[in-house]
Write a protein that binds this ligand. Structure first.
Ligand code: PEP
Ligand code: MG
Length: 325
């Protein structure tokens, strides 16, 4: 099987009915980078910058962050990299950065919340990203956004950094693409404002699922209790894909479900055209989509999602579809 997937490395990810799908990989450390060329992924759809912080024993300095990002960009050799700003807190523990114990860390002081309360930390990271991307395109996104106003606040800090760098004669990125992760359900009721505000949206389905179902992703007793291919969650994801379409904003999904061929099939069926996954999943997902008539699947899947009386689960429908088509 592995050999079969390797052979697909240079095959364009185009569905049977001619839809070009963007297949990207997730990464976070230098050791992940060789997998980009090996897997044939289009780029890195999620670069988890907190990993550099998690493996360090003290806070990485500006120069260390910049050197690290520069190296990532160099090794990516022209393929786009989407850097996620620090996502510390919740399940991502940084030993030297914990102010106090929290009763509900997943719902606590983490990610962009922490970054906005410690603007020095965020500005250092933004500066490192801007400097490392001088002359090329910088693509970055914010984790755990809850209100669109948080994006404005980061944009303001970014603007200050840009001004600072140009004042001191540094060259700047050729282009800046600014995105948000959709992980908090409250954003579902700000979809149009969100889509208008950013250059792209990336669904963090691990967190969005945990928060939508109120089921801790790290607690085995509840994490598998609800089906992410059930009607509620697929309807949520379909609403996001539709909002992206309506606003002309690119939407991608970078949670673990993107890497499972059956789930990836469902995502394409509800309208996603871009997904990011573990490098080892790129081959299997590509093999799936090469044989998929996504227009046909969309018809069946949408009808099933609109159905309010059926007892058939969407997972069963998808399994049957995968076997017979
Ligand atoms: C997610 O929440 O789906 C995601 C991609 O981010 P992480 O798994 O790093 O929280
Ligand atoms: Mg997340």
């Amino acid at each position: 099987r592995q050999e079969q997937f390797r052979a697909l490395r240079n095959v364009e990810p185009v569905t049977k009915d001619g839809k070009r799908i963007s297949l990207q990989m997730n990464a976070g450390l230098m050791v992940d980078l060789p997998q980009l060329a090996e897997s044939g992924a289009d780029g890195i759809g999620l670069f988890r910058t907190e990993l550099q912080f998690m493996i360090a024993s003290t806070m990485p300095k500006l120069e260390e962050q910049e050197a690290f990002y520069r190296n990532v960009i160099k090794q990516a050799a022209g393929r786009p990299v989407t850097f996620r700003t620090l996502d510390i807190g919740g399940d991502k523990v940084v030993s030297y950065f914990r102010a106090h114990e929290e009763e509900n860390p997943a719902l606590g002081w983490r990610a962009i919340r922490l970054a906005l309360d410690r603007p020095g930390l965020l500005r250092t990271q933004l500066r490192a990203l801007l400097r490392a991307s001088a002359g090329s395109e910088l693509k970055m996104m914010l984790p755990m956004v809850t209100e669109v106003s948080e994006i404005h606040a980061v944009r303001d800090l970014m603007q200050k950094e840009v001004q600072h760098l140009s004042k001191f004669g540094h060259s700047l990125p050729r282009k800046l693409q600014f995105g948000a992760m959709l992980e908090v359900p409250a954003l579902m009721w700000q979809l149009d404002e969100l889509m208008q505000e950013v250059d792209f949206v990336s669904v963090g389905s691990n967190d969005l699922f945990q928060f939508s179902m109120a089921a801790d992703r790290g607690n085995a007793r509840v994490s598998d209790r609800f089906d992410n291919l059930g009607r509620p969650f697929l309807r949520i994801l379909r609403d996001i894909a539709r909002a992206g379409e309506r606003n002309g904003t690119p939407v991608t999904l970078c949670g673990e479900m993107a890497g499972k061929p059956l789930s990836a099939m469902a995502l394409l069926g509800i309208g996603f055209r871009s997904v990011s996954m573990a490098a080892t999943s790129v081959g299997p997902v590509k093999a799936m989509l090469l044989g998929l008539d996504v227009g046909h699947l969309a018809g069946e899947l949408n009808a099933a999602l609109d159905e309010t009386r059926s007892n058939e689960t969407i997972r069963d429908l998808l399994l049957r579809y995968a076997e017979t088509n």
